[in-house]
Design a protein around this ligand. Structure first.
Ligand code: FDA
Length: 303
């Protein structure tokens, strides 16, 4: 349903709707896929997920920030979450979007902010993943990841299988902890694969390459059961130990599959978004899978 995808992506980029949604709390079924608005609410969700045998990576929602004061506020929320996780001894890592902490404002300002976050996480023995956003941010994101990798050992990033650059990057980051995804943004045919089948095949190939080259840890981030089963078959054939990889899924999606993988003995990490800036994230999830519109319809008919 490419048309619906485009509509939801356009909605996710609408400034007025993004601003309005910050004032109204989680609406339209968003609470099914967003863990909470505050650090306190979210800590409770993390405890629940840890109790089910899964780790967590938290994501403070909000991206494409244009004011330094806003970026600093977001950084402080992230620091607060890192501290709260450390204090409670929870099993969680951080997922950070650089545009939230100033990438589009000033490169050096953003670098200082992410350094502070990585340093705070390091004190809690916590891993920090630098999320990959749209292609316009790709070059600067990679530059920052490379700088941080020279200074710290608790940083990794994401490779999007739709990008033509991913195949080179998988070798470059063969010894790093990397999350593999299909890619959530609308990119041009000049830089990215356009057909779902090609993107799926590319994802499987990248995961296999990362699992069998170098010493990196592979995070397989997909809800696609076909890819998950193919990867499990590959892992068994190649005797890859369970501590070399994990499956990652988004909070609220395919909970039965998450549980089943835990029961089969695999590491599962749940990516939990939180915060008042939930709207663009929620629209992107609807763009990926318009069937998720059921969440919206159910919430409207209940109210
Ligand atoms: P996709 O949506 O292509 O679905 C494939 C098939 O799986 C479907 O046809 C269906 O059969 C099944 N399926 C999927 N969802 C289902 C459901 N809810 N119920 C039942 N069946 C379902 N992107 C990005 O650009 N940068 C990033 O940093 C990240 N980070 C990230 C972290 C994590 C933990 C995840 C899981 C994803 C991301 N993404 C991301 C998003 C990613 O790029 C991608 O857009 C989504 O994961 C959707 O693609 P999938 O691989 O999940 O399957």
């Amino acid at each position: 349903m490419p048309l619906l995808r485009d509509i939801f992506i356009a909605l996710s980029e609408n400034d007025t709707l993004n601003d309005a949604s910050k004032k109204v709390g989680l609406k339209f079924g968003a609470s099914k896929v967003v863990a909470g608005i505050t650090v306190e609410d979210t800590i409770e969700r993390i405890k629940d997920i840890n109790a089910q045998g899964m780790s967590v990576s938290f994501d403070n929602l909000g991206e494409f920030i244009t004011e330094k004061t806003d970026a600093l506020e977001e950084k402080n929320i992230i620091l607060e979450m890192i501290q709260a996780i450390g204090d409670k001894g929870l099993d969680a890592s951080a997922s950070i979007k650089l545009t939230q902490i100033g990438l589009h404002i000033d490169y050096d300002f953003c670098l200082e902010n992410i350094r502070e976050i990585v340093q705070a996480a390091k004190m809690q023995d916590m891993f920090v993943n630098i999320d990959m956003e749209n292609y316009a941010s790709y070059g600067d994101t990679i530059r920052i990841v490379d700088t941080l990798n020279e200074e710290y050992d608790n940083v990794g990033t994401v490779l999007q299988s739709y990008l033509f650059t991913a195949k080179d990057d998988v070798y470059k980051y063969k010894d790093n902890r990397i999350r593999f995804v299909k890619g959530a943004y609308k990119e041009s045919p000049q830089v990215a694969l356009q057909e779902k089948e090609d993107i799926d095949k590319a994802l499987e190939l990248l995961i296999r390459l990362h699992l069998t080259n170098g010493s990196g840890f592979t995070s397989i981030a997909t809800h696609d059961h076909n890819i998950i089963e193919n990867v499990i078959e590959f892992i068994k054939e190649n005797d890859i130990p369970n501590d070399r990889f994990e499956f990652q899924m988004l909070f609220g999606f395919r909970k039965e599959l998450q549980r089943e993988l835990v029961e089969r003995g695999y590491n599962v990490c749940v990516y939990i978004p939180f915060g008042s800036d939930w709207y663009a994230y929620f629209m992107r999830r609807l763009a990926e899978r318009p069937q998720n519109i059921n969440l919206v319809l159910k919430s409207i008919t209940k109210s």
